[in-house]
Write a protein that binds this ligand. Sequence first.
Ligand SMILES: Cc1cc2nc3c(=O)[nH]c(=O)nc-3n(C[C@H](O)[C@H](O)[C@H](O)COP(=O)(O)OP(=O)(O)OC[C@H]3O[C@@H](n4cnc5c(N)ncnc54)[C@H](O)[C@@H]3O)c2cc1C
Length: 548
Amino acid sequence: MAVCTAERAPLAGRHFDVLVIGGGVNGVAIARECACRGKQTLVIDQHDFASGTTSRSTRMIHGGLRYLEHLEIGLVRESLRERERLLCQSPHLVRPMQFLLALSNEHRPLMRSSLAIRTGLWLYHSWAGGQRQVTPNYELERQLDAGRSWSVFSYEDAQCEFPERLIAEWLTEAVTAGATARNYTRLLQVLVRNGRVTGARLRDMLTGKEFEIIAHQVVNASGPWVDLVAKASGLKSAQMIGGVRGAHIVLPQFHGISGTGVYTEAVDGRPFFVIPWNGQVLAGTTEVADSGNPDNTQPSADEVEYLFKSFSSLFPHAGLSRADIRYSFAGVRPLPYSPGKKMASITRRHIIHNHREDGVSGMLSIIGGKLTTAMTLAREVARELGIHVKEPANIFAAPAPANGVESSFRHWARLVACKAGIPESCAQAVAGWHGRHALAIAQTASFNPKLRLPLCEHTCHIVAEAAEAVRHEFAVTLADILLRRVPVALGACWSEPCSYQAASRIGCALGWNESLINTEFERFEAEREKFLHPGDYRVPHPPAVVNG
Ligand SMILES: Cc1cc2nc3c(=O)[nH]c(=O)nc-3n(C[C@H](O)[C@H](O)[C@H](O)COP(=O)(O)OP(=O)(O)OC[C@H]3O[C@@H](n4cnc5c(N)ncnc54)[C@H](O)[C@@H]3O)c2cc1C
């Protein structure tokens, strides 16, 4: 595989205290926690970091209003606490978002009476500290199908538009604390002697070389791949994961949606979100049992049809047709295997399975979890590994107008603009994705006009961000750069010519030859196609059947 980095230092024979398999949000959070507590930690991913379920989610950092209905009070409170922590720790990536809860008045069960909902929302607000104000969005409310009778409530949650960037930052922190991070490295087998983990056999997917490392403890955080990893290692554990696929469609923004998401019901009464995201609208999701290889997860035509029907029955006057669907993607929720249970009612709480129960000590597998609660999971895993971790004090993000996030952000962007010699609007985009690290990017950009160029004509993001991604954030391929470190290719107007322009500009700045530019461009387009399915969605599909 042709790549854009220098040769990687060999890992064969090295000793680690902890090996973390899987570089999604959970694996990286665990690796960061262990490394920060002084453990020699290796985190690997068979593909790129954050390329699994983590980049296929709805991207909300939320308490999970609907878990209240399932009486998962503990999970909701924990998620709300973690939401506030993320808002404080990563204010450039995790931002508060207003929501409308829109419920049709036809056939509304008692459980969803206005009184019950108001009480639920009041609790939801109070458990999170109740400091920020909830602002109704009447403009968006007016866009709801006027032919139906609605009850509409306002509440607040949060969004991380790019969990991919959060992972990149957490990885950098883990590595600064001494961890080793290696993408394109597959776990072939966990090595066990006398009922105890001794290490692992790995394959470098770039060179094809296989080798062994020594590890005292192993955490299998491979999301929907957890059972495959356990099986490959010959562990005699019962099935842990019951994969449930969820799909999204991405549409252009429409009048009123800016800044406010909608939580409502799909055509069959299932939960349905319509959320402003990345200058577009994200609508999802589905729940379809999926026991296939997670490498090949795709939304089915039925799911796309179901999502579009649900969207258009909600917003019939948004002026959008099937032809406006820009792309669609799907991921598999690594939920606990629960045969016979309704998918919607399977817990979203994470479970840590200790393989001591299966006769192997020193190995844990992670089942389930959410973006929102990855840091709590990491602390729990560290404790299970015998590391002393105190529960941090609760923090609640300050009320929006007083916390100064926006003004310090603007000030920061001005510094970045000055240093890099780029327009302030571009500096804001750079600072919005890279936070404190934006100044280092500006410094890099200041040396070379090629690094100050935008990645393509439609974006403010610059080549220096790509260069930093390769140098400091383990980006190996063009897709790692454009889909996950500087995810411009998820943007509204990205197309094949943009990909080629970005490949050429990055290649030119990093010294790739013509053949490498072309190879990376072709590989990138193949990965973009496999992940996002951009294309023609005009043709309707027969009525959808989506499991509830
Ligand atoms: C449709 C959908 C919507 C969601 N929405 C939200 C939401 O809005 N908010 C929220 O908080 N949560 C949400 N979630 C849940 C959340 O996204 C997932 O629970 C979380 O991303 C799981 O992360 P993970 O690290 O466990 O798994 P993954 O992100 O899948 O990471 C596992 C990694 O392991 C790697 N791997 C697999 N096998 C091997 C091997 N043999 N060797 C090395 N590496 C390997 C894979 O390449 C992968 O990168 C959603 C999930 C889905 C599917």
